[in-house]
Structure formats: C-alpha cells, structure tokens
Write a protein of this length. Structure first.
Length: 83
C-alpha cells in the first residue's frame, strides 16, 4: 500500500488504528471485509452482499498506475424492526 502524503492518526485520538489524515485535513479510514460486516450487523443491518472492488487507474501521460481497492456492499435495514 502507498499512503503518499497521509499522516497516520494514532489509536485513542478518535480515528482508530486504520485512519489517516490527508493533506487537505480530511480523514480516510480503511476497513477489511469482516470488520465492515460486523459494524453493519451491530447497527442492525442485514448484509446482502459485501466484496472487494479493485480498479487500476492509469495515467498515460505520466506513465503511472494507481491500484485501488474498495469495499462494495448491499445492506438491508429490517422493515418495521428496531432502528
């Protein structure tokens, strides 16, 4: 993984262990499949689908590639239930 100009936000500072601060001040948080699944289930959602979606962004002018992976999921909130 390449984090570029991101700064790691230490645990206990409200960001968790996989949170990084970008140059513009925004935060990026990284989750694995099981961690994301557990968060949605605890929040009352049913996980219909959850998988990695990987893409390669190519810059032809600079002749560089950036490989990125995202989590893509479909979550259902029970109708008439709690939450």
């Amino acid at each position: 993984l390449r984090f570029g100009a991101r700064q790691h936000v230490p645990r206990g500072s409200g960001g968790g262990g996989s949170t990084f601060r970008r140059e513009d001040g925004t935060l990026s948080t990284f989750f694995g499949l099981e961690e994301a699944r557990e968060m949605f289930v605890r929040a009352g959602f049913a996980v219909e689908d959850l998988e990695y979606a990987c893409v390669i962004n190519r810059n032809r002018k600079e002749k560089t590639e950036m490989r990125r992976c995202f989590l893509h999921g479909t979550f259902l909130k029970p109708v008439g239930g709690e939450g």
